[in-house]
Design a protein around this ligand. Structure first.
Ligand code: ATP
Ligand code: MG
Length: 448
């Protein structure tokens, strides 16, 4: 194992060795001394591990799979590291696709499950391969190495534990087990340099701290207060992907609070931050916080959550404030909200690129809000048959709970729906509903 590892180095001065090769002899925990059982690894991941081994390659489970199993949690996915090159991996598995330019990876497909197989990477400048670094930021990293190099390319020590299919041992190069036991999140190497190399690690730090309930090591915590601007260098589509993981996996409220605590939120949602600070009353903060904790409740109850609702909540306050400025004698509230929504979204896209399939329903949730003011019979009846009524109503409830609108309004709509449901009329799948939805989708498609 660990061809080329130097066998030197102390427990904590990884930064010194970081640019070169392996740092230290790993601690190897034999199977009887740890609790990670093959029975808890996805069958498909075990298949991939064994198939790589049978083809003469090293194969390890690594990352969140090892971390979560050692913590007794259910892993989200299973990642594998190997000394096989991507094209060698492809030649072993028929159901395999190579993806990614930044990081070339093999995806082995088993129906809906994808097992990600990454070739050991190296930080060494001597190794051959394709790496592109600009202003300290790694834009492409396809230089291959050995396991002792690979460990140094990973972000946190608790994400750098390897489970070896050869002898079922757990391999720890960087004190990850100790950090796991002590509930500590610690970057491998010099924290600021590692954040600069890939600023998404800033968001990953918050995500893992929230998800695992871990403390961020003081040396990794300190730069977070200073380097939020680096998030501006990350492509906005990647930020969107990362924010989905941050907000839609059960830790949204914690993430929102931590983002604000470190002054990071203003780099992601500058207009929201401004509007939260600008508004003297407390309801906008209550509104976003409630939106986040409702999202967390839905995740823990296994109910569906969508980025459309999440971003509608996160951006509502700037939209609301701008709309009330735009509204006048000739511009009604619905029109003002449309206009404000479009302007705010156009600005927001520079930071977080929200795909149209989410931004369209998000805007609709906003536009529909003034319709709650008309409580007249026919209109109300038609409204509750609207395909986006439910989301708009949930949004109204949040506004009422946070004190932005009169709770009596939300209460009226709750009772109205109950009554309509009892009569079996509009609440029960209205006859025209599916036709209406088809028509609407077409219209949406045209404006795409
Ligand atoms: P989860 O799957 O629960 O979200 P994870 O730790 O497995 O958490 P992945 O995004 O699946 O996260 O990545 C797998 C592993 O790849 C990580 O554990 C880490 O070792 C490494 N990794 C992922 N992203 C980065 C990054 N930006 N910088 C360094 N290493 C990373
Ligand atoms: Mg993972």
């Amino acid at each position: 194992m660990a061809r080329g590892s130097s066998g030197t180095g102390s427990g904590c001065s990884f930064a010194v060795f970081y640019r070169y090769s392996a740092i230290t002899t790993p601690i190897i925990i034999p199977r009887p001394e740890h609790d990670l059982s093959r029975a808890n690894i996805s069958e498909n991941a075990v298949k991939v591990l064994y198939r790589l081994k049978a083809a003469g390659f090293q194969a390890y489970l690594v990352g969140g799979g090892v971390r979560d199993l050692l913590l007794g949690r259910e892993p989200k996915d299973f990642d594998i590291a190997t000394d096989a090159r991507p094209d060698e991996v492809r030649s072993i598995f028929r159901n395999c696709r190579l993806i990614g330019r930044r990081f070339r990876l093999a995806h082995v497909h088993f129906g809906r499950e994808i097992i990600e197989v990454a070739t050991f990477r190296s930080g060494s400048e001597d190794s051959e391969g394709d790496r592109h670094v600009e202003n300290g930021m790694i834009l492409r990293d396809n230089v291959y190495g050995v396991i002792g190099d690979d460990v140094l390319r990973r972000d946190f020590t608790v994400n750098a534990l390897y489970y070896n299919i050869e002898d079922f041992s757990v391999v720890d190069y960087v004190g990850g087990l100790r950090d796991l036991e002590q509930g500590r999140l610690r970057l491998i190497g010099d924290p600021e340099q590692r954040y600069r190399e890939d600023p998404v690690r800033i968001l990953r730090a918050l995500r893992f701290a929230c998800k695992l309930g871990f403390n961020i090591d003081p040396a990794c915590d300190e730069p977070l207060h200073r380097i939020g601007h680096l998030l501006g260098d990350v492509p906005s589509a990647r930020i969107f992907d990362e924010l989905q993981k941050l907000f839609l996996t059960g830790g949204a409220l914690c993430a929102f609070e931590k983002l604000r605590h470190y002054g990071l939120f203003e780099h992601l949602f500058p207009m929201t931050e401004e509007s939260l600070t600008h508004e003297e009353q407390a309801f906008p903060i209550t509104f976003v916080s409630r939106g986040m904790s409702n999202t967390d409740d839905r995740v823990s109850a296994d109910k569906p959550v969508t980025p459309a609702f999440l971003f509608a909540v996160l951006l509502w306050e700037p939209v609301r404030q701008l709309a009330s400025k735009l509204q006048d004698d000739t511009t009604g509230m619905t029109e003002a909200i449309r206009e404000a929504g479009d302007r705010i979204l156009a600005q927001q896209q520079f930071r977080v690129s929200i795909p149209k399939r989410f931004s369209i329903p998000m805007r609709e949730i906003w536009w529909l809000q003034p319709r709650f003011d008309s409580r007249g019979g026919r209109r109300a009846q038609r409204f509750i048959g609207h395909p986006r009524f439910r989301a708009a109503y949930d949004f109204l409830l949040l506004r009422a709970e946070s004190g932005e609108v009169d709770p009596a309004l939300a209460q009226w709509w709750t009772q109205y729906q109950e009554a309509a449901g009892e009569q079996g009329a509009p609440m029960e799948r209205p006859a025209g509903r599916s036709r209406r939805r088809r028509r609407r989708k077409k219209a949406v498609g045209k404006s795409d």
